[in-house]
Design a protein around this ligand. Structure first.
Ligand SMILES: [Zn+2]
Length: 368
């Protein structure tokens, strides 16, 4: 129930989360059931747990033609101070590139991330990082901001409240986060950024247009935030016009997680397919995962985009930016990286390094 299949081939999902190495089989089952050909695993790091990046590297090592990896940054050095020897951001980026990662994932710019590390992306801490990323031409998938209703307790959806995604006056504000990105892009106009979740501008298409016009090297991805589908369904003609005009700047994504059931994965991907491909008026199926909210939340109107527009959104744009095939992983370097991440986690948590996801992946890949 609730599934909807795409009519397209060669779909690349630019925004997927690999929760744990143990999810290997379920990730493959979701990919297959949802009719996805390749996935970009966006790998936010959890330095304490020694997790996030290792399980994505594992999938890339095992299925090199299928999985791209966008590696998250490790801020343990900044958070823990001098007692930890963690490579700086520039060194991290260079090492990701050497080992065969395809890009960088950033979550610095989601207010919850700012609560943990209260360092604006305009801070000197990031200065050399931005310069190096621009120079290397490394693509970034970057989550900046959140839906505006997350700052309004009266409008905060229940699924967001349960994740503590409600913000108040003491939190960083939405316009502040946008202003910081503007500054970064003014200094580094060559940055190749895919802003996740339509950059949370789905309620304001004129502003979204201006932003894309002002910054020719950036793109938006379509990973829900289900509010994006509701916002863009209010005026489907205007939305279709936007998608046709900016067909080269929009990247398909689902925000799937390997921890979901196959049905949830299919429903999540199908929701986006149906919105892009059909002219149906529909709701989120009851079988959808928790973060998509209940059917009662709103009505979605399909945009019935042409095959030509769809093929760019479903893969062409991603391939053009990141490459038609995932880069080859240097397994030895990936093992080194995982061992280093395991050691950092052990130092931060006082738990044995051997218990981390990083150590598990290092031993599996080294044993191959
Ligand atoms: Zn995500």
């Amino acid at each position: 129930m609730g599934e909807w299949d795409s009519r397209a081939n060669g779909i690349v999902d630019g925004h997927v989360h690999m929760r744990a190495t143990a999810d290997e089989a379920s990730m493959l089952a979701i990919l297959e059931a949802a009719g996805i050909e390749k996935m970009a695993l966006v790998a936010i790091q959890d330095p304490q747990a020694g997790a996030g990046l290792p399980q994505a590297l594992y999938m890339k090592a095992r299925y090199p033609k299928t999985f791209y990896v966008f590696a998250g940054l490790n801020h343990a050095g900044r958070l823990a101070g001098k007692r930890l020897a963690v490579p700086g951001l520039v060194e991290q980026v260079e090492s990701f590139a050497r080992m065969g990662c395809d890009g960088i994932k950033m979550i610095e710019g989601k207010p919850t991330s700012r609560q943990r590390l209260d360092v604006p992306v305009t801070d000197p801490y990031y200065a050399e990082y931005w310069a190096r990323v621009e120079e290397l031409g490394t693509p970034i998938v970057w989550h900046v901001n959140d839906p505006e209703e997350f700052w309004d307790p009266a409008r905060l959806p229940g699924w967001a409240r349960e994740r503590n995604w409600g913000y108040g006056p003491d939190d960083v504000q939405k316009e502040q986060l946008y202003a910081e990105v503007d500054q970064v892009l003014a200094r580094h106009p060559g940055l190749k950024i895919i802003f996740a979740h339509f950059y949370f501008l789905s309620a304001d298409l004129p502003r979204a247009s201006r932003f894309l016009d002002d910054h020719p090297t950036v793109r938006f991805d379509l990973a829900p935030g289900v509010e994006m589908l509701y916002n863009l369904s209010r005026n489907p003609d205007a939305s279709r016009g936007f998608f046709v005009e900016y067909a080269d700047r929009i990247v398909f994504g689902t925000d799937l997680s390997s921890g979901q059931t196959v049905q949830e994965g299919r429903v999540r991907a199908g929701l986006v397919y149906r919105w892009l491909e059909s002219d149906d008026v529909f709701r989120v199926p009851r079988e959808a995962d928790f973060l998509l909210g209940p059917p009662e939340d709103g009505v979605i109107r399909g945009m019935s985009l042409s095959d030509e527009v769809l093929s760019r959104i479903y893969g062409g744009n991603f391939s053009g930016l990141v490459g038609p095939e995932p880069r080859a992983l240097d397994v030895d370097l990936a093992v080194d990286e995982c061992q280093r991440l395991a050691a950092i986690a052990a130092a931060l948590s006082n738990r044995p390094a051997s218990e981390t996801e990083a150590a598990l992946v290092a031993s599996r890949l080294a044993g191959k």
